[in-house]
Design a protein around this ligand. Sequence first.
Ligand code: ADP
Ligand code: ASP
Ligand code: MG
Length: 411
Amino acid sequence: MALIVQKYGGTSVADVNRIKNVAKHIAKTYDKGNDVVVVLSAMAGVTDNLLKQANEITNIPEKRELDVLLSTGEQTTVALMAIMLNSMNYTAKSLLGFQAEIITNRDSCNARIKNINADRINEFIKKRYIVIIAGFQGIDIKKDITTLGRGGSDTSAVAIAAAINADMCEIYTDVNGIYTADPNICEKARKLDEISYDEMLEMSSLGAKVLQIRSVEFAKKYQVPVHVRSSFNMEEGTLVVNENQNMEKLSVSGITCNKNEARITLKKVPDAPGFAAKVFTPLADAGILVDMIIQNTRSSGKTDLTFTVARSDFEKAVSISNTVAKELNASEVLTAKHIAKVSVTGVGMKSHSGVASKMFSTLAKENINIRLISTSEIRISCVIEEKYAELALRVLHTAFGLDKDKDKDAD
Ligand code: ADP
Ligand code: ASP
Ligand code: MG
């Protein structure tokens, strides 16, 4: 008997029929004697639609009101799921974020969970109720509704699992687990049986949206075992756990690509102490996260500063860069909105050499120009033109020997 948190994503609860299938699986888990807490997303497409409707009114809706709007998607699914389970003669209770006391900071639309007061959830579990909690939402200190950023239901689920000390957090989605690359882009991607928290942190931060990065941070911090699997066939998926001896020690275990970034270059900035701070402080003050930075020094006491930001921040970042460029007498500001970042990740990289050279030569063979490079102990990322992103992902996947063996892997 175990305490299990099950999270179902948007495609898994896309209509009443899907909700019925999922309810049967929840009931089956419960009937085995387990306590079950369920976390749900909105139906597929609903959050996007709500956003679109707000944008039909204005380009800049107030974030506080967006939170009120977007949280309605999850309110619908938890109520329908509870009604479904009750109609099947189970006792299910839905809870919205505020009722489950998921306390967040006040960062509207991108709030972070600070604390969960799990008394009510635990009280329901004790009564053997099936608890159905709305993902993606919480409440701040002023009792305003907040949302946790796109994909945030994963984080709700893992944070709740940590708060109630669950034995397992199961994330049900529309693919069979975590793959060596997005299986919807790379058909030769291979499903992993296990992946370490650290590798998954890198993959999530680099664009693998199968788990929101904050959910992996919570899982690692509170040592919550996470099992990512399909709600369509309920087969064994991928376990996200601590690095262990049995893990395949491949030099590279995953390839990701992220098309949500854009590049800005300030040409001929003075090469002297303090100038980098003058460029990046106004960006930070505007809440813009800078990802990669590269500085090319020229001989004339000048330097070119290139950096990447999220594409959603591009216009704001360009306008700030233009102002800064004038102040610093930079010669010009160059921009590229359509770039992609492809990355190779793997804990095995710590002990294997030659990964970088293999990555660069593989891209070169396809005539793909590398614009920026960044590395960590277990990752190498290259910025390239967006139109080559998917090709790059596939050729790197093959070059690093990750393609599935047709005879062995049925997925
Ligand atoms: P949900 O609605 O269930 O939260 P998401 O769309 O957020 O589902 O995440 C699942 C998707 O993540 C998959 O359909 C897949 O396209 C994408 N994905 C990206 N990288 C990977 C990867 N390495 N392994 C599995 N899925 C991935
Ligand atoms: N419904 C939210 C979204 O579409 C949260 C989630 O699905 O995890 O981003
Ligand atoms: Mg998701």
